[in-house]
Design a protein around this ligand. Structure first.
Ligand SMILES: [Mg+2]
Length: 432
């Protein structure tokens, strides 16, 4: 322990002096951060990234400020429940994310105050490394290849080559989405490659969530969408020569009937899981009971009250847990509830590397981790904001050992890449 840490620990009356928020342009989506400064000189950082409502989230942090300034940042439980009581009529959503961003910064402060990683505050670590998977594999390139400085994905061979690249770089698992290419098996192929995200805003008709439907942008007939999915997964498997397990994230795109059909078509592939978001535990159970492919879900659920009916029904094999959306305390509780149901967790981490470090602190501390998400294709300032790239070897990353979340945030990088008001996220279903 350094002299600075000893002096900081002796300081009895630490107070929160200020709270800053950042909305950072991460290419096709914004990231949001909190920075809490204390009168002891310790600063904590939290992440609360949401691609769709960034200004609402940082605005909610502004609303919470009067409950925070002057408070002892080490009394995390007291502050957390004060914030929860203030937000009681806005359960979940934006309020939950804002509270998480504050709570996570407080854990960072507490870890730094004691000179130990956050997981040490909860009894230490159960592992030294964590297996990760290459998430949004192909998804980010399909939409933002120019920004990423990579080749576009216009043909089946491009997807085969991507599968090979993943295997050659040592990853043993990837996750992708539904990528629709000009050479996809469609009677009305698009001119340019796009990612099918109907559940996130495909226009009128997209909430029908079936395999045959017409939206404002695209018509799928005779289960053509099923053919698109199978073609994409088979190309990735072919390129990776079966060395990589494949996750397919269906997001909010389908109702159970369509999801069951997709799972049935993918039974013969080397699937890590099929992931689907659904605010209906019995509907999700219907999908899970129909297939031998593991079903993963839960990234949009917040706290044990949300997860409990899904676990009681055994609606999912793997529970996704989003820490920047519900905080560290809630995430540990959900992991414990999952463990009691013999279910493993997987942190939802498609954000900055601050979230990566936060998620690694959770993985270190709980006994039931399936694997952890990470986006490999990303903006260069993702590494710059933490001083350099992560040390990833063979799809495995080290658990951080430095105090707090284990990383120093360069706020200059955050301000240099501010998200401009009025800029829309690149999630919507665009067909050029
Ligand atoms: Mg997901």
């Amino acid at each position: 322990m350094s002299i600075l840490h000893i002096l900081a620990t002796w300081s009895k009356d630490m107070k929160i002096e200020s709270i800053e928020t950042y909305v950072v342009d991460a290419g096709w989506r914004p990231w949001q951060f909190t920075e809490i400064k204390t009168d002891s000189g310790i600063t904590g950082f939290g992440e609360m990234s949401d691609g769709r409502n960034p200004w609402g989230i940082v605005g909610a942090v502004e609303d919470f400020k009067p409950l925070l300034i002057g408070k002892d940042p080490l009394n995390i439980q007291s502050i957390y429940w004060e914030l929860q009581r203030m937000a009681i009529q806005s359960k979940g959503g934006i309020a939950s994310k804002a509270i998480a961003g504050i709570e996570l910064a407080l854990w960072d402060i507490k870890g730094k105050h004691h000179g130990i990683p956050v997981y040490e505050l909860f009894g230490g670590k159960l592992r030294d490394t964590q297996k990760i998977y290459w998430s949004h594999c192909g998804t980010s390139r399909a939409r933002s290849y120019e920004l990423l400085g990579v080749s576009p994905l216009n043909s089946r061979q491009d997807i085969v080559n991507l599968g090979k690249e993943v295997a050659d770089k040592g990853y043993t698992s990837l996750k992708t989405n539904i990528i629709v290419r000009p050479d996809s098996p469609l009677s009305h192929p698009p001119k340019n490659t796009y990612v099918f995200f109907g559940g996130f805003g495909g226009g009128n008709g997209s909430t029908d969530q079936g395999l045959e439907y017409t939206t404002e942008n695209q018509t799928f007939v005779n289960y053509e969408l099923l053919d698109v999915i199978e073609d994409h997964i088979s190309a990735l498997q072919e390129g990776s020569k079966g060395k990589v397990t494949i996750g397919l994230d269906l997001n909010f795109n389908f109702k159970p009937q369509a999801a069951k059909k997709i799972c049935s078509a993918l039974e013969k592939y080397n699937m890590m899981w099929v992931e689907i978001d659904m605010y209906e535990p019995e509907g999700l159970k219907e999908i899970k009971d129909s297939t031998s492919i593991p079903i993963t879900s839960g990234e949009n659920l917040l706290g044990i009250t949300d997860y409990r009916p899904y676990f009681n029904l055994r609606s999912m094999d793997v529970a996704m847990i989003d820490i920047p959306w519900q905080g560290f305390g809630n995430s540990r509780d959900v992991a414990a509830l999952a463990a009691s149901h013999q279910i493993n967790i997987a942190p939802h981490n498609y954000y900055s590397h601050l979230s990566t470090m936060i998620s690694l602190n959770l993985c270190a501390n709980v006994p039931n981790v399936r694997i952890m998400e990470i986006d490999i294709d990303d903006v260069p300032w993702k590494d710059q904001m933490i001083g350099g790239p992560l040390n990833i070897k063979k799809g495995v990353v080290d658990i951080p050992t430095a105090p707090g979340w284990g990383v120093d945030i360069d706020t200059k990088v955050l301000t240099e890449h501010a998200w401009q008001k009025g800029k829309g996220p690149g999630y919507t279903n665009k067909i050029k």
